[in-house]
Design a protein around this ligand. Structure first.
Ligand SMILES: Nc1nc2c(c(=O)[nH]1)N[C@H]1C(S)=C(S)[C@@H](COP(=O)(O)OP(=O)(O)OC[C@H]3O[C@@H](n4cnc5c(N)ncnc54)[C@H](O)[C@@H]3O)O[C@H]1N2
Ligand code: MOO
Length: 419
């Protein structure tokens, strides 16, 4: 489905781009490509199914909140002027209002008992909390002279009025948004359709018969990361180094998915078949290899009308490339608001120095500590692109552009991980 939406973006992109692109250039190529992709089609889902989905419509209030003037306390509703006039005698209690009642107007010179959330009767202008009163001979007396107009009354529309914008198109829905939709009496809401993504790993080291067997990690890592973005993900592993097996699997995945994500098998080794197989299948390159670390082999292709993200096999590099390239692409596709979805950079002060090579943009795993009100950015120990431990110790990535030298004390921005 995304496939057809990608049609206009595919254009005549052959491998005319340079062999290896600078990081910013790779991002620009992808952003330009994303811009040409129309947003996904909307569909209606029930509110109970809407969590994690991206709104495809603006939601304006049709019903204000509170819906009417209501009491903020369990207590007594009356007219201030009546209470003042009654003095020591107090006001006779002549009714009880609970939440859900539509009370009759307040008669002259009386008080009603009222519960929190119940509608204020017409004519009452004050509610005094129960514990600030005493009842004697069926009359309400104030313990303090604190009654005033509007006391403990929540006015209709004080939270929002009819016509106010509640949620904007592109908002990713979570538990915070659902009460607003329910309040507006919505049973169904328009959300963008979810693209189907297939994550494909490969390598003989994941086969049961391998003598030096390894645990396949990346499909779990990537599927979980991307599911958090509200897409539908399936996982596949080619557990051999056979080009044929890989071809079969990728062909099958391409039939079923809107977007393909491969991991591993894209470097220059004899068993790195992913790119030749995709080329055989007719895929063309948006860019091939990026001047970045980790993630140098990162490649993006287009297979007919489908995007193919070829991530490195090293798990740390795969995770970082998915955060930097795939997640923002998905946000663009679903119209999800970047800021709302945790891609907003966080500012801090570096507690270390680092010099990036002249031709390589570096992404460093970092975490924050607080020091005298300042956000300090600390380098997390990492042994390189295969490191999965450092991901759990880091809260995001510090970008040091090619040729840049970062000084201890420099103010910079961290790209937080989406979690
Ligand atoms: N001669 C060169 N060798 C390498 C280069 C290079 O430029 N020239 N680049 C290095 C860089 S940088 C990276 S990153 C890796 C990427 O290679 P691949 O993407 O082809 O990945 P693989 O070789 O298949 O695997 C690398 C490493 O990661 C492990 N791996 C792979 N997939 C998974 C998975 N799904 N779950 C867990 N672990 C996985 C694999 O077992 C290897 O240990 O190439 C360098 N080499
Ligand atoms: O660039 Mo690779 O992803 O460093 O190991």
């Amino acid at each position: 489905m995304v496939g057809s939406l990608l049609a206009s973006a595919v254009s005549e992109q052959k491998c005319t781009v340079p062999e290896m692109v600078a990081y910013d250039e790779a991002q620009a190529l992808l952003a330009a490509c994303t811009q040409n992709i129309p947003l996904l089609a909307p569909e209606f889902v029930s509110i109970s199914q809407a969590c994690g989905r991206v709104l495809a419509e603006d939601i304006r209030a049709e019903v204000p909140r509170p819906e009417a003037d209501i009491s903020a306390m369990d207590g007594y509703a009356f007219r201030c002027a009546d209470m003042e006039k009654a003095g020591d005698i107090g006001l006779p209690l002549s009714g009880q209002i609970v939440a859900g009642d539509t009370p009759p107007p307040l008669e002259q010179g009386v008080a009603y008992s009222i519960l929190t959330g119940a509608r204020i009767p017409a004519g009452a202008d004050c509610v005094v909390a129960q514990e600030r009163t005493s009842i004697m001979n069926g009359h309400v007396h104030l313990l303090e002279q604190n009654a005033r107009n509007g006391l403990n009354i929540r006015r209709s529309g004080e939270e929002f009025c009819k016509g106010d914008m509640l949620l904007g198109r592109g908002q990713r829905l979570d538990w915070r948004h659902l009460p607003l939709l329910a309040h507006q009496g919505k049973e169904q809401v328009a959300v963008y359709k979810r693209p189907k993504i297939c994550v494909v790993a490969n390598g003989a080291e994941f086969g049961a018969t391998a003598t030096d067997c390894r645990t396949e990690l990346n499909t779990q890592l990537l599927a979980t990361m991307l599911q958090n973005e509200g897409v539908l993900v399936t996982r596949c592993v080619c557990r051999s180094d056979s080009e044929e097996d890989l071809h079969k699997l990728l062909h099958q995945c391409a039939q079923e998915a809107d977007i393909l994500i491969t991991t591993g098998g894209i470097s220059v080794g004899q068993t790195d078949h992913v790119l030749p197989v995709l080329s055989q299948m007719g895929a063309t390159c948006l860019f091939r290899r990026v001047k970045m670390r980790p993630g140098k082999p990162m490649t993006v292709m287009q297979l007919g009308q489908k995007m193919v993200f070829c991530l490195p096999g090293n798990p740390g590099a795969a995770a970082i490339c998915a955060q930097l390239f795939v997640v923002p692409f998905l946000h663009g596709l679903t119209g999800a608001k970047q800021g709302e979805n945790a891609s907003k950079p966080i500012e801090g002060k570096s507690s270390f120095s680092y010099v990036a090579a002249t031709d390589t943009t570096c992404f460093l795993p970092v975490h924050f500590t607080e020091n005298r009100g300042e956000n300090l950015i600390n380098l997390v120990r990492s042994v390189g692109a295969s490191d999965i431990l450092c991901l759990t110790r880091a809260s995001g990535l510090l970008k040091v552009s090619a040729g840049q030298s970062l000084q201890d004390g420099d103010v910079c921005e961290v790209i937080p991980f989406t979690v």
